[in-house]
Design a protein around this ligand. Structure first.
Ligand code: FAD
Length: 307
């Protein structure tokens, strides 16, 4: 019940100002967003990759309002990639981007987002790695898939995300499950209407399995973005029956969630990539993490009350 309320708050400017300014928020935020600057996050990349994990780095931010902010977002990624060059991790460290942060919702936003993301993808390719386009709310997806297709003409390794809770996603998965594609499947983290998305968790979970089967039986490279233990064992089974080797798919989880599981799966020989977000504009990302698990909200509320 609380999830939709928190997701509605994640789009409220008033709540953004209130929560972002509260000093007690910071320790709770740090669990999910372990730094604000590249300097703070480089040791985290070293630590995770030193444990045999891989990373996908996200500079937090979304729903910007001016083109200048979109250029700043592009530059933040370029700065990150420049630092990654020194780490020389190849595809063990890749990037995840949200096109709304690159200006997608502004006037002429489709072209602006494409113009901003292209140099980031180029810079990533120049250091031997790739970029994955995150999936945001359903109104943004046609534009995201068109940008993905455009980028893949020059950079076929560019990945994208699909969301199991959307009715459209089975068809998207069939289209995307082709040779050379990289597709991350997640349940979906936004508040979506009943016209376009399943509203019950059980329906989303069933759809997740159907879509994962399409990806596993297809020709592309599936990236399983979930912390759900049931789905993780189903994914292992589907990979086995599809005859996939351990390096022909990967698991992905978020920094700060089920960390023991990251290490356990990697120790079993799986590729495990940790989605690691950093930066100052953490509000939307943080609120979605609260909405996914109401216990997080209780922890957050307790930290406020005990101050
Ligand atoms: P759930 O059933 O929600 O969770 C399973 C278990 O995991 C829970 O019981 C709990 O133990 C643990 N858990 C899950 N979430 C939390 C949390 N916040 N705090 C503490 N414990 C938790 N969504 C998008 O819409 N677009 C994207 O581009 C996108 N990218 C993602 C990238 C990665 C690598 C991952 C892992 C998720 C991404 N998501 C994205 C979020 C996703 O849609 C889900 O909201 C999120 O992963 C929770 O779903 P779950 O599959 O983990 O299953």
């Amino acid at each position: 019940m609380l999830g939709p309320v928190i997701l509605a708050a994640s789009r409220s400017d008033r709540m953004r100002r209130l929560i972002s300014a509260a000093p007690v928020t910071k320790p709770v935020v740090d669990r999910f967003i372990p730094g604000e600057t590249v300097d703070q996050v480089v040791p985290i990349i070293r630590d995770l990759t030193g444990k045999g994990l891989e990373v996908t780095m996200d500079v937090v931010g979304e729903d910007i309002t001016t083109p200048e902010q979109s250029y700043a977002a592009r530059d933040a990624y370029l700065e990150l990639i420049e630092r990654m060059r020194e780490l020389d991790l190849g595809t063990r460290a890749e990037m995840s981007v949200k096109l709304s942060m690159f200006g997608q919702a502004l006037e002429g936003g489709h072209e602006l987002a494409l113009a901003n993301v292209r140099p980031v993808v180029e810079a990533a390719a120049a250091i031997g790695t790739t970029v994955t386009l995150d999936a945001e709310d359903h109104t943004t997806l046609d534009s995201m898939f068109a940008i993905h297709e455009e980028l893949r003409k020059d950079f076929p390794q560019t990945g994208c995300v699909i969301q199991a809770y959307l009715f459209r996603t089975e068809a998207d998965a069939r289209r995307l499950a082709e040779s050379g594609s990289r597709v991350r499947l997640v349940k979906g983290a936004y508040k979506e209407p009943a016209e376009v998305a399943y509203q019950q968790k059980a329906e989303t979970d069933k759809a997740y399995v159907r879509i994962l089967r399409i990806l596993m039986e297809g020709e592309g490279y599936p990236m399983i973005g979930s912390h759900d233990p049931r789905l993780i064992s189903i994914a292992q089974e589907l990979a086995r029956t599809a005859g996939r080797k351990l390096d022909e798919y990967e698991f992905q989880m978020l920094y700060g969630i089920r960390g023991d599981e990251h290490v356990r799966l990697a120790a079993e020989g799986h590729r495990m990539r940790v989605y690691t977000a950093y930066g100052t504009d953490w509000y939307g990302y943080f609120m979605r993490r609260l909405a996914e698990k109401p216990a997080n909200l209780l922890f957050f509320a307790r930290s406020i009350l005990t101050k």
